[in-house]
Design a protein around this ligand. Sequence first.
Ligand code: AMP
Ligand code: MG
Length: 401
Amino acid sequence: MLSLEQARERILDAVRPLLAETADLNQALGRFTAEPLRSMVDLPPADNSAMDGYAVRSEDLAAARADAAVALRVIGTAPAGVVLGQVVERGTCARVFTGSTLPGGADAVVMQEDVKQNSQDPSSVWFAESAPLWDNVRLRGEDVKAGAQLLEAGERLTAPRLSFLAAAGISAVRAARRPVAGLLATGDELREAGQALEAGAIYESNRIGLAALARQAGAIPKFYPLVRDELAATKAALQQALAECDVVISTGGVSVGEMDWVKAAWSAIGGQIDFWTVAMRPGKPFAFGRWQEKILFGLPGNPVSALVGFLLLARPALLRLQGARQVLPRTVPAVLSEPLANHAGRRHFMRVALDERGGARSAGAQSSHILSAMARADGLVDVPPKTILAAGTLVSVLPWD
Ligand code: AMP
Ligand code: MG
């Protein structure tokens, strides 16, 4: 049986990024750059003021003190967006505001709070302190030089990165297409919300949770109708999803029972099953299949197993399809506030709840059908076989989102 790491490697080796397309920045949140991006301009594009105040020549105020204030004549006003025509020459200054281009000749800005106006003569102002060279000035190119790399290929477009690109004059990026992930739920016992629950039936709950996780991972989820536990029905459903999606994600029907049709159906429509068990709990039955460039994730039916299997194995693949450089989840460090015990002989991804002070505790019963504990959990802790992690142990929590 493959370890989780081996399984993940096999999956990632099989996945190539989808073709890139041009995306407007406003449509690019959460997507991944397909190529490095360079700045069109210096940032800031020009020396400019960091304050509302007066642009001065530092040299003119070298001797300014509280008991020896220096007056400078105001030659004009430069609102943000206006470049003053005049040059600040010896003995003069210019009125500026935050973001105003620094007038020629000036090499420092004194904030207006530190300046005394002369009510008799508004054409000059008084300075009672010296101004260090380039004080309150944002220098041209100090943040980014024109032509410099802004982002590497494969970086996630977060809100601050989108603003960063916009500031550098970029309005659209090349990014891999978002993968369409088809969601299938197999099981004769499954019913849609709103249907009556006759004896033996349960409400189907995997597609919605997986759709949410898929969306968080940048994919476009597509729901398919419930699939009966029959070879023909399973084949037809897989075939349709295969034709319409980049990735097919099914739940249920991947164990060894005679009602478990997913693997057989996938093979029958010409797909390959690469592996179908992973040494972990929950989520041991996990079929990874391929059909040309398309992928099948055959997740187990238990809702906890399905979501955990997705998080650990399908999510990295969806990110790789989008060209992400980093496909493994970022974990959150936490300290166990009570022991966490795995008595089983298999590695267990246990559901834990986090508190505000960085503590983690078991979210409740850890069986893979206990949905209340799954719902209470903020994430998972990887507990090795036959291991009791003591209270106080520093753990890495793999968050749901
Ligand atoms: P299976 O993997 O098909 O053997 O199903 C394992 C367990 O998960 C059974 O108790 C199923 O009833 C349950 N199950 C399977 N699919 C779903 C689903 N889509 N929603 C909720 N429970 C499910
Ligand atoms: Mg089933």
